[in-house]
Design a protein around this ligand. Structure first.
Ligand code: HEC
Length: 250
């Protein structure tokens, strides 16, 4: 009676001269795992004893570790390059979340002079397009000459990160639709019985005759755009906050 082991191959394809019961995969035998003798030194009597016939073994698979090694190195280099790019992108486009800006500005000190430059810089945050700091209030946004008295550091940060959360009194934006079908959005700078004067985000004043107004409503959304921090690095944002905090009346 012959006992067939589970790993035994039926030998249907075994070459003649070999007993079917002896032709099984060397590596699927428990002996392969238990034997201290390396596989290579076993006496292979016939090609069919091998798991893979020699003909099918290409050059690459004879060095089986090479492919995973190359793949690993490739991934490693890729990951390094990407993480490096991620950092530069971060510095350039600032993909930091508002929460990261808030935390950074609360925990770090900024440079007031650098903040003043950034405030005036038309290229980055462009705050000075809408705000004056000399009490003239000549622009669309409120004058910030004493904003450091009005707000603490935390609230100043909020006014920039979410401008619409609280809207400064008298600075709600007004949307007007004229009878001739034109739309205007801006801050009411002046109003008489006969006309209103709106100042838009671009700083231009438009005077609209009351008789011309078809519809007029106040918006809940601030004229001050959201996401202005995205044009600044975390440190630049903090410098700007430091400058605003410093705007106090003696
Ligand atoms: C397109 C015009 C515009 C730009 C650009 C702009 N703001 Fe404003 N800002 C406004 C308007 C309008 C308000 C008033 C409505 C409100 O409170 O949201 C305001 C409100 C504020 C307030 C609150 C003032 C108060 O008394 O409540 C602060 C602080 C402020 N802006 C700072 C900034 C800073 C800093 C920048 C640059 C990063 C900036 N703003 C850019 C239009 C602008």
């Amino acid at each position: 009676m012959s006992v067939r082991l589970p790993y035994e191959r039926t030998g249907a394809k075994a070459q003649s001269g070999f007993q079917a019961s002896r032709v099984f995969h060397v590596s699927s035998s428990p002996a392969y795992f238990l034997s201290p003798r390396p596989l290579a030194r076993r006496k292979i009597q016939h090609e069919s004893q091998l798991r893979y016939p020699m003909k099918k073994i290409g050059k690459r698979s004879r060095t089986p570790l090479l492919a995973p090694c190359v793949a690993f190195c490739f991934l490693l280099v890729n990951a390094l390059v990407l993480s490096d790019r991620g950092q530069t992108a971060n510095a350039e486009t600032n993909s930091a979340t508002p929460e990261q800006y808030r935390r950074f500005a609360l925990l770090h000190e900024g440079d007031v002079l650098r903040g003043k430059e950034l405030f005036a810089d038309q290229q980055s945050a462009a705050c000075s397009k809408c705000h004056t700091t000399d009490a003239t209030a000549g622009k669309a946004g409120p004058d910030l000459f004493a904003v450091g008295d009005k707000f603490g550091r935390h609230d100043i940060i909020e006014t920039i990160l979410s401008p619409s959360a609280t809207i400064a009194e008298g600075y709600s934006s007004t949307m007007v639709e004229t009878k001739s079908g034109e739309d205007y959005t801006g801050i009411i700078k002046q109003a008489t019985d006969g006309w209103i004067e709106l100042m838009g985000a671009d700083g231009r004043r438009v005077r609209i005759a009351t008789a011309e107004i078809q519809k007029r409503r106040t918006s809940e959304i601030s004229l001050m755009p959201e996401g202005l921090q995205a044009g600044l690095t975390l440190q630049e944002f903090t410098d700007l906050i430091e400058y605003l905090v410093s705007l106090k009346q003696p």
